[in-house]
Design a binder for this molecule. Structure first.
Ligand SMILES: Cc1ncc(COP(=O)(O)O)c(C=O)c1O
Length: 392
């Protein structure tokens, strides 16, 4: 890639990755067992404060296992945000269950007020669980997604879960390093509050193993079962006895070695990302019609992705046009995901008062945010955004 091209989000592989991976190859511990798998799990526990962590092949597989362990069955429904990457929604369907789509709040995270309203008005509490009056199915769980690293209102989510006896699966795939600084969950990391949380180490994530995931829980039974299911549900590893259907979902030692090295630099990555977020914010402050998405009160995010809200009337061109123009200038920019309640496999599913998500979908533009993005590159992006407005 030419140096003048500014990517949206590329990994920063600048630490001990090569050294640790080489050690795996030299010692021939390359598969799904080995010291780095254990170390990566332990390091994640230490960093996040989670009691248990089970490494797995990717975040999507982690979410699938998490939903299964939460007891989600084919007769159930799960409340999910419509504004998210499609992976958590697909994970619900892998279990034969159905997603019910919820609107988002001012930070693009699941709208807690509307979720409560949906549970109280559209459902009834029965002795078998929370029954959706329209579908006749039972709502088993809520799956908040900490979008772009901004922590969700977990106090609100957990209150709803307790009131209606729902399980909470935190899709924390984008938010490794994000935590709360106030309230009931002060100092708690995203992914460690619900029944189960999941991280992703996909190539574009703040810590990458090429592909990978981690299932977090404070419950030993869940952790043991996650380990069991992700290793083909092996009950006897000598005689190969399997009493359940399992999966080949374990992370390899090679990938875990990379994860350990990446994790050593996580604090540094967050520092750079925070600095660049603040620089963008300062430099774009006086550009009419352009605003950086904010940070929820009482949280410290990992600043994974930067989102611009583009108001066509004030800026002079819409998000689509700005994206195209930036791309022409060798600056990669991308709109937020298409809303899931409109995606072909899900457009017949129930959705609840989707308004804000639609508003964001029309206006959000993600701009370069890599951990190795320089101040000079940030300034180049800002200069182009300003020049484009001047020349509308
Ligand atoms: C919100 C969200 N959920 C789930 C996933 C799935 O993670 P993975 O790619 O590791 O399967 C991703 C990212 O890829 C994501 O952004």
């Amino acid at each position: 890639m030419s140096k003048s091209f500014i990517s949206l989000s590329v990994p920063c592989i600048c630490g001990n990755e090569w050294k640790y991976i080489k050690e795996c190859i030299d010692t021939e511990w390359v598969s799904s067992a080995g010291k780095y798998v254990d170390k990566f799990e332990n390091d994640i526990c230490k960093f996040t404060g989670s009691k248990y962590a089970v490494a797995c092949v990717n975040g999507t597989a982690g979410l699938q296992i998490a939903l299964q362990l939460a007891g989600v069955k084919s007769t159930d429904e799960v409340i999910v945000p419509t504004l998210t990457f499609i992976a958590p929604i697909n994970a619900v369907r892998y279990l034969g269950a159905e997603p019910v789509f919820m609107d988002c709040d001012d930070y693009m995270n699941i709208d807690v007020k509307k979720t409560e309203e949906f549970c109280s008005k559209e459902c009834q509490i029965t002795n078998k669980g929370l029954k959706n009056k329209k579908s006749g199915k039972y709502v088993k769980a809520i799956m908040p997604v900490h979008i772009f690293g901004n922590p969700c209102d977990m106090e609100g989510v957990m209150k709803i879960a307790q009131k209606y006896n729902l399980k909470v699966i935190e899709d924390a795939t984008e938010s490794l390093g994000s935590y709360y600084t106030k309230g009931k969950y002060k100092n708690k990391h995203t992914g460690t509050i619900g029944d189960i949380g999941v991280y992703s180490f996909n190539g574009n994530k703040i810590v990458t193993t090429g592909g990978g995931g981690m299932i977090l829980t404070n419950n030993k039974n869940i952790s043991d079962k996650a380990r069991y299911l992700t290793t083909q549900a092996k009950d006897d590893s000598v005689r190969y006895i399997h009493n359940e259907i399992g999966y080949n979902f374990r992370l390899t030692n090679l990938q875990a070695a990379m994860g350990v090295a990446q994790l050593e630099n996580l604090e540094k990555f967050i520092k750079i990302k925070k600095k660049n977020y603040e620089l963008y914010k300062k430099e774009l402050k006086n550009v009419k019609g352009i605003e950086m998405l904010g940070i929820p009160n009482g949280t410290t995010p990992n600043y994974w992705f930067y989102s611009l809200i583009v108001e066509k009337k004030q800026y002079g061109m819409d998000r689509e046009k700005l994206m195209q123009k930036l791309n022409e200038k060798n600056i990669q920019a991308r709109p937020v995901w298409y809303l899931n309640h409109k995606q072909k496999p899900y457009n017949k599913n129930q959705s609840y008062k989707i308004e804000k998500a639609q508003w964001f979908w029309e206006k959000i533009l993600n701009i370069p945010c890599s951990s190795n993005l320089t101040a000079k590159e940030v300034k180049k992006v800002v200069t182009e955004i300003k020049l484009l407005q001047e020349n509308v």
